[in-house]
Write a new protein. Structure first.
Length: 242
């Protein structure tokens, strides 16, 4: 199919590199355009942070590490769960908020019980997409530990909500979760370093604020759906003008 295409649009530079390495097309035939979204919902949630926390039985002084995604293998909740004991030991007020549902919920709950951390975790169950911004705002730190993604949408969503991100250094994630600028990058599947990064941010409120604010500054415009569609039109026009 690539032979019939004049140009390609990728959701991140990492995907472009993978396609080029696979011999699909030379790099000059690719343009990266990030997937747009309704940014304003993340800048200003419909329901205040304190109301969501109250609903979830989370205290205002809790340090909430949150993850958004279906509860199945690809999303890597197991890495967060295995890191949680060290984080909880270092930060007494640490809580872990898992937004989403899936086939592995009971498996994860059983493992959490084995670790003696049941009272530290909150499972929301299935959440309508339009309510996800409200739950992200209830977090202090967004954790993303998927085994594979192009550019995971929850990473820019967390930054748009003013939250720093801790994530695995894979695929397109480093383009948005920039080490020391908007968050912390961790080697893939390294739960020890994952815990260390979470503890570092959990203990430093000023750093959390600085990273989250910088993320908003860098990516608010780039992830607006209006910006995405304008860039796509530019690419189409470029091809038509040849």
């Amino acid at each position: 199919a690539a032979r019939w295409c004049s140009h390609f649009i990728s959701v991140c530079d990492a995907m472009t590199r993978q396609y080029v390495q696979a011999g699909i097309a030379p790099v000059e035939k690719f343009t990266t355009i990030y997937s747009g979204m309704d940014v304003d919902r993340f800048l200003q949630p419909a329901v205040p942070r304190h109301e969501i926390r109250k609903r979830l039985n989370l205290q205002e002084d809790d340090i909430v590490f949150g993850k958004v995604g279906r509860l199945f293998n690809l999303k890597g909740h197991n890495y967060l769960i295995e890191s949680a004991a060290a984080v909880a030991a270092a930060i007494p007020q640490a809580r872990f908020l898992l937004v989403g549902d899936g086939s592995l919920r009971q498996t994860y709950q059983n493992r959490i019980q084995q670790l003696g951390l049941t009272d530290r975790f909150v499972f929301t169950g299935l959440v309508p997409p339009e309510q996800v911004p409200e739950f992200i705002h209830a977090m202090d730190i967004v954790v993303h530990t998927s085994d594979w993604e192009g550019l995971p949408r929850v990473v820019p969503q967390g930054l748009l909500a003013g939250k720093p991100v801790v994530a695995f250094d894979i695929d397109g994630t480093p383009e948005v979760c920039i080490e020391g600028v908007t968050g912390c990058l961790v080697p893939h599947r390294n739960t020890s370093l994952l815990a260390s990064a979470m503890i570092r941010l959990g203990r430093d409120s000023e750093l959390r604020t600085a990273l989250g604010n910088r993320g908003r500054e860098l990516f608010t415009q780039q992830f607006r759906h209006e910006y995405m569609t304008a860039r796509i039109r530019e690419v189409y026009q470029m091809i038509l003008n040849r």
